[in-house]
Write a protein that binds this ligand. Structure first.
Ligand code: ADP
Length: 259
């Protein structure tokens, strides 16, 4: 992996973790977490040792997406042992809450919570740690990017103008904080009706690809809007784990190979 030679002052790596890739979005609901989980599984399918950290502290969805139940084990020295889900090592604040419980934390609490999840977890030896960021550009992003060497960020957007405008703001933050942007994924790119096979460009299409060109960054690929992605995600068996050779899994695996 290309780590680059100049390590910015104050930023450190995470013990045992070779490479960190974060997945972000300008706004919520565009499929950031779904993309993060399936990219993580796709990297694991390539034979890499992969972990996933849910940094979306106010809206954690990794436990549900990976069908994780119960709290992570804690060692005598206070270090967490991550859950194992489909071969991924996974940590989420969501595993420590009772159903319906909100995280009501101001910025400093949230950033120290994130630090604990990231630094006080026994990740073992990982080739890649995927971090599912919160949407937008807030305290958690600033703290993570200031303290930790993040090797690159994947931005997820729908083709819609509004989502893309917000994605552009997330990219602006990364550039200003000197965090490498790996590129843009267009999610919910188009819909193919299962009964007729007719393609519908519900949110317009090609928007993210054009935005990537305009912003001078790689376009990493498009994921269609597919009912099975929603259904399998809700059931806690993401497409790449449920049907590794299915068309949706292949789309995620193609994106993962660009990283
Ligand atoms: P975010 O992390 O951006 O808030 P999620 O990953 O939680 O978004 O996705 C929001 C909803 O959209 C979820 O119900 C998810 O199952 C669904 N979803 C995401 N991507 C797709 C897709 N490509 N096809 C169908 N449903 C999707």
């Amino acid at each position: 992996f290309g780590h680059g030679s100049a390590v910015p002052a104050g930023k450190t790596r995470v013990n045992g973790v070779k490479r960190i890739i974060a997945v972000g979005s300008g706004k919520g609901g565009v499929g950031k977490s779904t993309t993060a989980v399936n990219i993580a599984l796709a990297l694991a399918a390539e034979g890499l040792a992969v972990g996933i950290l849910d940094a979306d502290l106010y809206g954690p969805s990794i436990p549900k997406l990976l069908g994780i139940e119960g709290k992570p084990a804690v060692r005598d020295d206070g270090i967490f042992t991550p859950h194992d889900a489909f071969g991924l090592k996974a940590m989420s604040i969501g595993s420590m809450l009772i159903p319906g419980q909100a995280v009501v934390w101001r910025g400093p609490m949230a950033t120290s919570g994130l630090r604990q999840l990231l630094r006080e977890t026994d990740w073992g030896a990982l080739d890649v740690l995927i971090i599912d960021l919160p949407p937008g550009t807030g305290d958690i992003h600033i703290a993570l990017f200031q303290q930790t060497i993040v090797d690159g960020v994947v931005i997820v957007s729908t083709p819609q103008d509004l989502a893309l405008i917000d994605a552009q703001k997330a990219i602006d933050m990364l550039r200003r904080m000197r965090v490498p942007v790996l590129g843009l994924v267009e999610n919910m790119s188009y819909f193919i009706a299962p009964d007729t096979g007719i393609r519908y460009d519900i949110f317009g299409t090609g928007g993210a690809e054009q935005a990537a060109a305009r912003l001078d960054m790689p376009f990493l690929g498009a994921i269609p809007l597919v009912m099975s992605i929603r259904a399998e995600s809700d059931a806690g068996t993401p497409p790449v784990a449920a049907r590794p050779e299915g068309p949706e899994a292949l789309a995620y695996r193609a994106i993962a190979r660009t990283l």
